[in-house]
Ligand binder design. Structure first.
Ligand SMILES: Cc1ncc(COP(=O)(O)O)c(C=O)c1O
Length: 367
């Protein structure tokens, strides 16, 4: 069965089957250019955009063509898709566990360099066992907890001890350190700056501690789209992982990112039960409500918007004849990361004409 819009090349956006996940290439390219300019040209460090929210491999190829050193991934499945698309340097910024997945991670080293994150000796031993079983070397980066309190080992001596172990473990090549300062996203400007500096200092001070102990620290990796403007100019970081900023959305905007919204969800009006109510053909199976609520564009002011599974239910402040049944309504996602993964394909448009349709690999539960 062919997908809804797989034959849509050349169509106008308004003629697409809905709901459809749409990428405006012009806006996307301007966002990429701003990230390249800020991170690579001005801060003078590398860009390794996170693909966990972008998913589609052509976006990785475009980022690399624009100057990215490679990509960051969250899952082995994503890393496999990126390697398949020819991306040769991949950071898997999550601890991969389970024998079969570790085996896939090790085997993938034959295709691309896939740097694995670790934060414990127990996990390092699993990576080493997988590397030896596959007769490969796994490059490793140590994940530090720089304040987010997710995974990550404590900065300072605990990291140094693990780095020493990684450096001397057969099957492992110690490459450096990473830390993600996700806990600072929602702070206001000044506090965010201060907290970012202190999180990054924990990372870069520990990198120095490791170097002083004679360890080779090639990579010091950090930061996302809501923090890279504060983090990238700080001394000691070699690369940033900011990815979702190529799309932006209502969450990133709330976190202070002023990029254009390049990714939208196109729906149609399925019903107008009353002059103040609009029902669309896309609900929370099409647009996630996590991290922020999606916003419909170009409508009169609404007093309430509810998403059920397959419907959007918009209640306008005042009666309005438009939009009519069958008209399109475009939404800015609340969070693109948790919206892209609901779709099978991304419709790519230039000046509202479909130029390509990309499949989204690894969208659902595939790890
Ligand atoms: C390890 C890691 N790095 C960076 C980021 C930031 O990614 P993005 O720029 O796509 O928001 C995240 C986001 O959750 C992350 O988990």
């Amino acid at each position: 069965m062919s997908s809804a819009n797989s034959q849509a090349i050349g169509l106008h956006k308004l003629d697409l089957e809905t709901p459809a996940l749409c990428l405006d290439l012009g806006r996307y390219e301007r966002n990429v250019e701003r990230m390249v300019d800020y991170i690579i040209r001005r801060a003078g460090i590398a860009w390794r955009p996170h693909m966990k929210g972008q998913k589609a491999a052509p976006l990785a190829q475009r980022a690399v063509a624009a100057g990215a050193i490679g990509v960051t991934c969250a899952t082995v499945y994503e890393a496999e898709a990126m390697a398949e698309a020819g991306i040769r340097s991949i950071l898997l910024a999550h601890e991969v566990v389970g024998e079969r997945k570790l085996c896939r991670l090790a085997a993938l080293q034959r295709k691309s360099t896939v740097i694995a994150a670790t934060d414990s000796e127990a996990h390092l031993a699993m990576l080493a066992a997988a590397a030896l079983a596959e007769s490969v070397t796994i490059p490793v980066i140590i994940e530090l907890n720089v304040g987010m309190n997710r995974s990550g080992i404590a900065p300072g001596q605990p990291t140094l001890q693990l780095a020493r172990r990684a450096h001397t473990t057969p099957g492992i090549r110690f490459l450096g350190l990473m830390g993600w300062e996700g806990h600072v996203l929602a702070f206001d400007d000044e506090e965010k700056k201060r907290q970012t500096q202190s999180a990054i200092a924990a990372l870069t001070d520990t990198a120095q501690l490791c170097r002083d102990a004679g360890l080779p620290v090639e990579i010091v990796s950090s930061s996302g789209s809501g923090t890279f403007r504060n983090a990238a100019p700080l001394p000691g970081i070699t690369e940033v992982q900011a990815g979702g900023g190529v799309f932006s959305d209502r969450s990133y905007a709330a976190w202070g990112l002023d990029h254009e919204f390049s990714l939208t969800v196109l729906t149609r009006v399925a019903s107008r039960p009353s002059p103040t109510r609009i029902i669309t053909d896309g609900g929370f199976k099409t647009m996630s409500k996590d991290h922020g609520f999606p916003e419909p564009l170009g409508l009169p002011p609404a007093k309430k918007i509810v998403l059920s599974a397959e419907h959007g239910n918009i209640e306008l402040n005042d009666p309005s004849e438009t939009p009519r049944v069958g008209d399109t309504i475009e939404w800015v996602p609340g969070y693109t990361d948790s919206t892209v993964c609901l779709h099978d394909e991304m419709v790519v448009l230039r000046d509202d004409i479909v130029t390509e349709v990309w499949t989204i690999p690894g969208r659902g539960g595939r790890r």
